[in-house]
Design a protein around this ligand. Structure first.
Ligand SMILES: CC(C)(COP(=O)(O)OP(=O)(O)OC[C@H]1O[C@@H](n2cnc3c(N)ncnc32)[C@H](O)[C@@H]1O)[C@@H](O)C(=O)NCCC(=O)NCCS
Ligand SMILES: Nc1ncnc2c1ncn2[C@@H]1O[C@H](COP(=O)(O)OP(=O)(O)OP(=O)(O)O)[C@@H](O)[C@H]1O
Length: 198
């Protein structure tokens, strides 16, 4: 059977690094952030719905979603964030289900969902892997690796579940306070266990 795994973690906790290792080990990874971009690509009904809700000012001159402007709006205004999520989340959910249906039998299917704790869907998975790191380390990674301001980094963290709320839904915790080699070792052990169940 297919083993369905939810993978989550706060922004810059190391989720993408973990999902890349899982993919390398043979898991099928379905990336909600990537799908959330695809469903509002130029010319999609998703983008049309966003323009209807927020107006054409949030488009670039080329007609793409202006992600920086949208981010500045929604991470400053929770109400705007919820209106955007109400458009994007159902589209992401539907596309993820389609991709999962196409996965081979006996696959470990990993849904990389940054907001898994927030949307309350963790109960539908056979396992929930939480990548854990303290907020200060998340901020440090966003500032040092991505060149964000501390204020931008903190506003995204403030829009997300707390570390404790995420840990509460975990069946497996990956501690990402150590080296990348430490991270990899933990992911390999978890994958081995999950693959045995598939
Ligand atoms: C606001 C947008 C346009 C900003 O785009 P940007 O390219 O700057 O960020 P990107 O999409 O790469 O997201 C990076 C990270 O931000 C965090 N984040 C994104 N959306 C949200 C949100 N609604 N609430 C809390 N954190 C969020 C996540 O940790 C995510 O991994 C974009 O994040 C978006 O469309 N968000 C709403 C859809 C959503 O909830 N996506 C999350 C997964 S489904
Ligand atoms: N253990 C580690 N040691 C050093 N750097 C790390 C470690 N884990 C992750 N990083 C780095 O921290 C940054 C954030 O990691 P990654 O992109 O995997 O996080 P993420 O949770 O997927 O972020 P986002 O929520 O924005 O998608 C990356 O630059 C990554 O290389």
């Amino acid at each position: 059977m297919t083993v369905r795994v939810g993978l989550t973690g706060g922004i810059a906790s190391g989720k993408s690094t973990v999902s890349a290792v899982l993919a390398e080990l043979g898991a099928v990874v379905i990336d909600a952030d990537l799908i959330a971009r695809e469903v509002v690509a130029r010319g999609t009904p998703g983008l049309a719905a966003v323009v209807e809700e927020f107006g054409p000012d949030l488009l670039t001159p080329d007609g793409d979603l202006d992600r920086a402007a949208m981010g500045a709006l929604v991470f400053a205004e929770p109400d705007a964030r919820r209106r955007l999520e109400a458009i994007i989340h159902p589209l992401v959910h539907r596309r993820s289900a389609e991709l999962e249906a196409a996965a081979p039998e006996h696959a470990v299917v990993v849904h990389d969902i940054p907001l898994l704790a927030e949307v309350g869907r963790s109960g539908s998975f056979d396992a929930v892997v939480v990548v854990d790191a303290p907020a200060e380390l998340q901020v440090q990674r966003m500032v040092e690796d991505r060149g964000w301001t501390r204020e931008d980094a903190e506003s995204r963290i403030a829009a997300q579940a707390t570390r404790e709320e995420r840990l509460a839904i975990a069946t497996h915790v990956v501690d990402n306070t150590g080296s990348l080699a430490d991270l990899r070792r933990q992911v390999e052990a978890i994958h081995e266990e999950l693959a045995r169940r598939a």
